[in-house]
Design a protein around this ligand. Structure first.
Ligand SMILES: Cc1cc2nc3c(=O)[nH]c(=O)nc-3n(C[C@H](O)[C@H](O)[C@H](O)COP(=O)(O)OP(=O)(O)OC[C@H]3O[C@@H](n4cnc5c(N)ncnc54)[C@H](O)[C@@H]3O)c2cc1C
Length: 650
C-alpha cells in the first residue's frame, strides 16, 4: 500500500534552538578572503553572492554534518501518490512506445545524427515541455515523473537523454519557471510546448568551473532599452539546433562595500538575432549525436526585457537552475545502471566458463550483488530528492541534488565499467559488430562512452565536493567565521568568539550522547530489524561526522578550506550516510509483499554493509593519509623536477 508524505515537516522546538545564531538569520556567513589571491577572491565572492541563503531548519543533507540524521524526514519514505503516478505512467507509456518504434540508439550513435522525425515526434508528445505548466501548453508533470522519464531515457539512449535534459533541465524552460516574468513566460514557454529546443551557454574557452573569469560582455545601450553582447561560448549542448538559448554574460561592474564587484547576467537570446553565429559543431568520445557547438556573439542586440531575474543575477539564475537541473543526471544514471543490471544478471546466468555459469564464480557474483545494491541506492536517493521538490517547489535541495549528482554519476561509471568486465570481450565489441556475427547487439561500449561525461558536466565531481563542503560548513561558519575573520574589527570578533563559545558549549557535548541514537521514527509495523540496525548506524555516525568535522575546523582554522582532499572525505561520509538513510527508508516503504520482502531487505542490507565499510575507511583516512606527501610530489612535478619519467615515449 502506497502512502503519501506531502506534509511540511514540523520542527520540534528543541531542534530550532539548536540552529546556530551568530550570523543574522537568512545571511550567509562571510568568509575571510584577505589571504586569497585576486583570482580566488573574485571567484569566491561572486559565487558566495549568488548562493542561496540556508533555510533556517537546514536540509537533511546539511544537518548530517551538524550531527543530526533526521530520519523523520525519510520515514515513512515519501512515495508518489497514485494520481501523480498515473499521470506519469500515461506519458511514460507513450514515450516508451515511441522510442521502441522510432528511435534506434545504435544508429543514432553510429550516424552522429538524431533523425528529424524523432525530434519532431518527441516534440509532438510534449517531451520538451514535461514540467511546463499546462496553461503554457506543457504536460505539467511532477519532478518525480520527470526523473522517471530520465530513468527511461537513460536506460535507452544517452544522446536523446542529453537532448531533452540540456533543453529543460538547464536550457530556457527551467530558469523561466524559476525566475521568468509573466511576459517572458507567455512569449517563450509555449514555443517549447510545440517542440522548440533550447540551450544554456555559460562555458567559454577560459571559463569552465570558474565563471568569475567570464569574458563575454553585455553592455547596456545609452537608453537602457537593450544590451549589446559580444563574446564566444564553448560546448553549448543543443546549441546547433536551438531556437532560443540562455546566455551568461558580464554586465558592468557594481560597487559593493567600496569595492568593484563583477556582475554576471542571464539573457534569453533568440538564435536568429543578427550577430549570433554557430561557428562549429563539437564532437566527443561519446554522445556522438550531441548537437553541441561553439557560438559567437558579435554586437548582438538583445532587449533589456530579455534579462532573467534582473541585471547581475545571472550566476544566481545559473546556480539555482543547476540545483534542480542536475538531478536529471543521477536519474539518467539510474536508468543506465538498471540496464547494466538487467544485462549482467542475464549474462552471468547463461555464460558458462570453467564448468559453471560465471555468476557462480564468487568474483563475478560479488560484482553482480554490488551492481544491484548500488542501483537500488541510486534510485532511492534520486527519488527522495525529487519528492522534496514535489512537496515544496521552493525546497532547498542543493545538498541532496549535489550528493545525488556526485555519487550517482561516479557510481554509474563504476557500474558500466564492471558491466564491461563481466561481458568480457563482448563488452568491448560494438553492437554493430556483435550483430554482424549473429550475437545479441548489447552496446556496453556505447553506454561506457556516453556515461563518462556525467562526472564532468553540470558541475564536475571535484566542484561538487567543494560545493557540498561549503554548504556543510555553513552552519559552523555562521557561528565561528566572524571570530576568525581577520578583516573584521577586534571588538566584533570578540563578541563573535563569545557567541561561538556559548553555542559550542551546548552543541559539542550533545555529539557524544549515544542514547540520542536509540529511537527511530514510528512506522506501521515498526522498522524491519535489519534496516533499523543501519538506520541507527547512520544516526550515531552523523554525530561522529560532526565531531570530526569540528575537530578539523579547530585544528586547521580558516585554512581548512584549502584542504580539499580532507574535506572530500567528510563530504563522502555525509553522502554515504544520506545513501544509507534513503536506501533503508525506501526498502522499509516497499515491504508488505511476502514474495519480495526478503529481496528488498537483502538489497538494502548489502548496500548498507558495503557503504559502512567505505565510511570506516574514510574516517581512517582523516588521520592516516598521504595528502601532504602527494601534494608535495604534485608541486615538484609542476616545477618540472621529474620530467625524466616521461622519457622514452612518442
Ligand atoms: C559534452 C559536453 C557538453 C557540455 N554542455 C554544456 C552546456 O550545455 N553549456 C555549458 O555552458 N557548458 C557545457 N559544457 C561544459 C562543461 O560544463 C564543462 O566542461 C565543465 O564545467 C568543466 O569545465 P572545464 O571542462 O573547462 O574544466 P575546468 O574547469 O578547466 O576543470 C578541469 C579539472 O579541474 C578541476 N577543477 C577545476 N577547478 C577546481 C578547483 N577549484 N578545485 C579542484 N578542482 C578543480 C575540475 O573538476 C576538472 O577535473 C559541456 C561540456 C561537454 C564536454
Amino acid at each position: 500500500m502506497k502512502t503519501t508524505n506531502t506534509e511540511p515537516r514540523n520542527i520540534p522546538a528543541d531542534e530550532e534552538t539548536k540552529r546556530p545564531t551568530a550570523t543574522p538569520d537568512g545571511q550567509r556567513a562571510e568568509i575571510d578572503t584577505s589571504k586569497m589571491s585576486d583570482g580566488q577572491r573574485a571567484a569566491l565572492e561572486l559565487t558566495e553572492a549568488a548562493s542561496d541563503t540556508v533555510a533556517e531548519q537546514g536540509s537533511f543533507g546539511q544537518n548530517l554534518f551538524m550531527g543530526r540524521c533526521e530520519l523523520d524526514r525519510m520515514l515513512p519514505f515519501p512515495e508518489q501518490s497514485h494520481e501523480d503516478q498515473d499521470q506519469g505512467d500515461a506519458f511514460l507509456n507513450r514515450l516508451e512506445n515511441f522510442l521502441r518504434e522510432h528511435a534506434d540508439p545504435d544508429e543514432i550513435d553510429r550516424s552522429g545524427e538524431i533523425p528529424d522525425e524523432v525530434i519532431k515526434g518527441l516534440g509532438d508528445m510534449g517531451a520538451f515541455a514535461i514540467k511546463i505548466h499546462p496553461k503554457y501548453g506543457g504536460l505539467g508533470l511532477s519532478q518525480t515523473n520527470y526523473c522517471r522519464a530520465a530513468i527511461l531515457l537513460g536506460s535507452y539512449c544517452g544522446n536523446l537523454t542529453a537532448l531533452i535534459s540540456a533543453h529543460q533541465s538547464i536550457g530556457v524552460p527551467q530558469p523561466l519557471i524559476l525566475f521568468g516574468t509573466e511576459e517572458q513566460k507567455k512569449k517563450y514557454v509555449p514555443r517549447f510546448a510545440k517542440g522548440e529546443i533550447s540551450a544554456f551557454a555559460l562555458t567559454e574557452p577560459g571559463v569552465g568551473s570558474d565563471p568569475a573569469a567570464m569574458s563575454t560582455r553585455a553592455e547596456p545601450t545609452p537608453d537602457g532599452k537593450h544590451f549589446i553582447i559580444n563574446g564566444e561560448k564553448l560546448w553549448c549542448t543543443n546549441g546547433t539546433k536551438a531556437g532560443v538559448i540562455v546566455v551568461m554574460a558580464r554586465t558592468p561592474d557594481k560597487e559593493v562595500n567600496g569595492r568593484k564587484r563583477k556582475q554576471i547576467s542571464a539573457f534569453i537570446v533568440d538564435m536568429d538575432t543578427p550577430g549570433v553565429e554557430v561557428v562549429r559543431r563539437c564532437h566527443f568520445m561519446g554522445l556522438r549525436a550531441l548537437y553541441n557547438g561553439v557560438i559567437t556573439f558579435t554586437n548582438v542586440k538583445v532587449p533589456a526585457d530579455n534579462l532573467i531575474a534582473g541585471e547581475g543575477r545571472g550566476l544566481k539564475v545559473a546556480l539555482s537552475t543547476l540545483n534542480t537541473g542536475r538531478l536529471t543526471l543521477p536519474a539518467a544514471c539510474t536508468g543506465l545502471a538498471k540496464k547494466c543490471l538487467q544485462t549482467v544478471r542475464k549474462w552471468t546466468k547463461e555464460r558458462v566458463q570453467w564448468g559453471a555459469a560465471i555468476g557462480k564464480h564468487s568474483a563475478i557474483a560479488d560484482k553482480l550483488a554490488r551492481i544491484a545494491a548500488n542501483t537500488f541506492a541510486m534510485e532511492s536517493m534520486t527519488l527522495y530528492t525529487a519528492s522534496l521538490v514535489d512537496r515544496d517547489k521552493q525546497a532547498d535541495i542543493r545538498l541532496e541534488a549535489a550528493m545525488c549528482k556526485m555519487w550517482g554519476t561516479e557510481m554509474a561509471w563504476k557500474i558500466v565499467d564492471e558491466t564491461m568486465q563481466i561481458r568480457g570481450g563482448r563488452g568491448y565489441e560494438t553492437a554493430q559488430s556483435l550483430k554482424a556475427r549473429g550475437e545479441e547487439p548489447i552496446a556496453v561500449e556505447r553506454w561506457m562512452r556516453d556515461c563518462r561525461i556525467n562526472t564532468i558536466f553540470e558541475g564536475s565531481s571535484e566542484i561538487m565536493r567543494l560545493f557540498i563542503a561549503r554548504e556543510a560548513l555553513e552552519p559552523h561558519l555562521k557561528v565561528a567565521a566572524a571570530a576568525l575573520n581577520t578583516q573584521l574589527p577586534i571588538p566584533t570578533r570578540a563578541v563573535a568568539a563569545w557567541k561561538a563559545g556559548l553555542f559550542y558549549a551546548a552543541w559539542y557535548p550533545r555529539q557524544w550522547l549515544a542514547f540520542l541514537d536509540a529511537g527511530l521514527p514510528q512506522v506501521p509495523g515498526g522498522v524491519h530489524p535489519r534496516l533499523a540496525k543501519h538506520l541507527r548506524y547512520a544516526k550515531r555516525t552523523a554525530r561522529k561526522l560532526s565531531r570530526r568535522l569540528f575537530h578539523a575546523m579547530a585544528w586547521h582554522g580558516p585554512k581548512l578550506e584549502r584542504e580539499q582532499v580532507l574535506l572530500g572525505r567528510f563530504v563522502e561520509i555525509g553522502t554515504e550516510l544520506f545513501a544509507i538513510s534513503a536506501t533503508c527508508a525506501r526498502a522499509q516503504s516497499l515491504l508488505g509483499d511476502a514474495k519480495r520482502d526478503q529481496d528488498v531487505v537483502a538489497l538494502a542490507d548489502c548496500f548498507s554493509r558495503q557503504s559502512r565499510l567505505k565510511v570506516d575507511e574514510l574516517f581512517r583516512g582523516l588521520s592516516e593519509n598521504n595528502d601532504k606527501a602527494n601534494y608535495r610530489l604534485a608541486q615538484d612535478l609542476l616545477a618540472g623536477n621529474d620530467e625524466w619519467l616521461e622519457k622514452g615515449i612518442l
